[in-house]
Design a protein around this ligand. Structure first.
Ligand code: 8YV
Length: 320
């Protein structure tokens, strides 16, 4: 008998086919799986393929007493109680690397769009309010010669930094001691490590690339925003709760900073109501890894993790 695997969402058909050769696949097919249904359906399964939208908490883990592996489709895994899984000997895996370029590219799409006021311009045209070219219309900020501050210099932060030279920007970055010891960051040209406070007060763009943990929750709060230049922008493609959304709305309303671009939110799909009314914030719906190629690679890696664990091999990409 093949081992049972529960998927909380359908994956691309090529990836499903690979999984179906090795496993008995059960798949929820109605958007986000309600938590109580996840708890009920995980019982008796050997593997769970989950997404950011699934809260894999103690209740799920206890109900899944036969689970050998939880394979999250995503590099972030703050939706999973990793300690509870580990305590029961369940492997937890994520999908690093395969989404690095897609997320770095989207970060640059947001940087360019918000500094050049693309969202505002698009809204102006669509509501029929554009009266023609004007010399001083929707002037933005040039990037050349400016400083990009990267908070969190892991894979994605470094990939964002590597693209900065093309736009003539220098890079400042914060770094955890463990990353610094591996020596990766110094390979980015024209870049300088900085304490967070100095990075915030000197950067023209502050881009966030941190996992959500108890230490990074609301890292960008009122005092952090007040430290930034009045001409600076915040970009967030990491996790919504790294930014205190109410504080961000306050800073944008009071013009303490020039603007912000967000891909992620504290309570997705909800967005702080004040942000919805502001012109100087660009809002997109969690698109960081949203290319066909990247989502297929993420699904494929998650499935390869499942097959590895269920065939007695070590997981390919266990969470750290
Ligand atoms: C994914 C993400 O789309 O990888 C991550 O951590 O936030 C996104 O790229 C999401 O996790 C899907 O579960």
């Amino acid at each position: 008998m093949k081992p049972a695997v529960l998927l909380t969402r359908k994956l691309p058909s090529s990836v499903m086919a690979r999984l179906e050769t090795a496993c008995d696949v059960e798949c929820f097919d109605g958007g986000t799986m309600p938590h109580e249904e996840l708890v009920a359906r995980v019982a008796g399964t050997r593997a769970l393929v989950s997404m950011i939208t699934d809260t894999v908490d103690r209740a799920v883990i206890e109900a899944g007493s036969d689970l050998r592996v939880i394979a999250n489709v995503g590099v972030g895994y703050n939706n999973i109680d990793v300690a509870a899984a580990r305590a029961r000997g369940i492997a937890v895996t994520n999908t690093p690397d395969v989404l690095t370029d897609a997320t770095a590219d989207l970060t640059w799409a947001l940087i360019l769009a918000v500094t050049r006021r693309v969202g505002e311009g698009e809204r102006l045209v669509r509501r029929g309010a554009w009266r023609g070219w004007a010399f001083d219309q929707l002037l933005g900020m040039a990037l050349r010669g400016k400083q990009l501050g990267i908070v969190g210099f892991g894979r994605i932060g470094r990939a964002v930094a590597h693209r900065a030279g093309v736009f003539g920007m220098s890079v400042a970055y914060t770094v955890r001691a463990s990353v610094g010891r591996r020596g990766g960051p110094s390979r980015v040209p024209d870049s300088e490590p900085m304490p967070l406070d100095r990075l915030l007060s000197t950067s023209d763009i502050v881009s966030l690339h941190l996992p959500l943990t108890s230490e990074t929750l609301h890292l960008i709060d009122q005092p952090a925003l007040a430290r930034m230049k009045r001409t600076a922008y915040v970009i967030n493609t990491s996790r919504g709760a790294v930014v205190d959304e109410a504080a961000l709305a306050w800073a944008l309303t009071n013009r303490l900073i020039a603007g912000a671009a967000l891909d992620v939110y504290e309570r997705e799909p909800l967005v702080h109501p004040d942000l919805m009314t502001l012109e100087n914030v660009l809002l997109v719906p969690h698109l960081g890894s949203a290319t066909t190629e990247t989502r297929t690679a993420m699904a494929d890696l998650a499935v390869r993790n499942v097959v590895a664990v269920l065939t007695g091999q070590p997981p390919l990409t266990p969470v750290p």
